[in-house]
Design a protein around this ligand. Structure first.
Ligand SMILES: [Ca+2]
Length: 128
């Protein structure tokens, strides 16, 4: 397990498949990772006013879905410290995104998905 790894697009699709992401959803997951983090597992972005921070390749949010462990309040819906979402073990990241997808009945919880990935088709992965 390492920090700060930047995936290639097709490499990420292979790893996500190994972590149990369904092939028919793969273009959506990889597109989300591209526009959330530019495929960087260690990406950290503070939201406006620093009330919350987004972590990792899928930019999991500290206010709702992980614990920033710095005293800020959190609902920690996925039950992990946010630092778990910065390494190259994507199993917990995938489990969290699957949970959010269930809770939200789709990927619209993701800003990047709403902004960039809604109309993406499997052709997005045609070079893989
Ligand atoms: Ca992880």
């Amino acid at each position: 397990m390492a920090l700060g790894y930047i995936y290639g697009k097709c490499e990420l699709a292979r790893d996500l498949l190994a972590e149990g992401v369904p092939q028919e959803e793969m273009h959506k997951w990889v597109c989300m990772a591209e526009y959330e983090s530019s495929f960087d597992t260690s990406a950290i972005h503070d939201n406006k006013g620093r009330t919350s921070t987004d972590y990792g390749i899928f930019q999991i949010n500290s206010q709702w879905n992980c614990d920033p462990e710095d005293g800020r309040s959190t609902r920690n819906g996925c039950g992990h410290p946010c630092s778990d979402f910065l390494n190259t073990d994507l199993s917990d990241d995938v489990a969290c995104i699957k949970q959010l997808k269930r809770e939200h009945n789709g990927f619209r919880f993701s800003y990047a998905y709403r902004a960039r990935c809604r109309r993406v088709t499997s052709r997005y992965l045609s070079e893989c």
